[in-house]
Design a protein around this ligand. Sequence first.
Ligand SMILES: Cc1cc2nc3c(=O)[nH]c(=O)nc-3n(C[C@H](O)[C@H](O)[C@H](O)COP(=O)(O)OP(=O)(O)OC[C@H]3O[C@@H](n4cnc5c(N)ncnc54)[C@H](O)[C@@H]3O)c2cc1C
Ligand code: SF4
Length: 308
Amino acid sequence: MMADAGPAGQFVAGGTDLYPNMKRRQQTPQTVISVMKLSELSQISGDPASGIRIGASVTLTDLCAHPVIRQAYPVIAAAARTISTPILRNMGTIGGNLLLDTRCNYYDQNYEWRKGINFCLKKDGDVCWVAPGSSKCWAVQSSDLVPVMVAIGARLRFASTIGERVVDAAGLYNDDGIDYLHKRPDELLVDIELPATNGWRASYRKLRRRGAFDFPVLGVAAFVETGKSGAIEQAKIVLGGIAPSPITINEAAQKLIGYPLDAERIQAAAEAAYIKARPLDNTDFVYSWRKQMAKQYTLRALQDLMAS
Ligand SMILES: Cc1cc2nc3c(=O)[nH]c(=O)nc-3n(C[C@H](O)[C@H](O)[C@H](O)COP(=O)(O)OP(=O)(O)OC[C@H]3O[C@@H](n4cnc5c(N)ncnc54)[C@H](O)[C@@H]3O)c2cc1C
Ligand code: SF4
């Protein structure tokens, strides 16, 4: 069907992102192809000792409620539980969340509002109102599960008429608010492969205005794997909600690797996250405050790991 539809075709899962965008004429596919009746995309299979596969159409509600996910991958259940509202989680899927459109104050508006400012680079216009001299769009990657999947090293399987390919979550996202995925539009996300739970721990902290529901304006995913000596062998700190792609802060990980997780190391990692975080003035809250919060939320995410 996608091959027939050509470039004007687009997949839809729960439609909780795509349909509002279509109403605002931000996304204008001529043919919309639902993936919700493909039963193999709605399964969760495997076991934590060797890894779990989550079908792209598994709803966020089912993801949060799944006993294996809750027990063996609590960071995923916890992050998914912060997404939108219970009703939207009944419709919204993990696949749609990982492929979410980027967001910006000048873009997430109705057609008439956008027309009033003569649109912008991302859709129908030729100027970026956030950085008028820029030829790039800075709209923000705003999914809660993306930083988590990057931090834990999940892999995503895509299928199209020309075959299948598997990519690391870290390699899927592109630092450009318009061309935000390293993926062709005709590629179907089939499933997400989670790594085996062999001794790693991960946590997620989200900054948003309303606790009841809101997109993240900063999300911090922290991952550590500790060796037999008690020292950290692998670490990742990934920030979401501040740039067109998730930002992996290698400098923060370097502050942790080789040491036990203690207050001094956590502080050093949080400082490194602060230095590298460069939010822009195109979502909620003052961006300089969001930068400061990158430190606080990294501290909290790592403290969660200390306590777990
Ligand atoms: C009020 C409101 C609040 C929200 N709050 C949050 C929030 O706090 N955090 C957050 O992360 N998100 C939030 N969202 C966004 C959205 O609800 C979720 O991200 C949801 O998981 C999207 O999933 P979906 O199945 O509805 O995606 P859809 O809208 O169906 O699709 C999203 C994108 O993914 C593509 N797609 C979907 N499935 C596939 C597939 N299998 N293969 C290829 N392409 C595919 C679609 O073409 C589209 O580009 C919110 C939305 C609303 C309306
Ligand atoms: S960052 Fe610039 S081009 Fe991108 S959506 Fe915002 S105003 Fe438009």
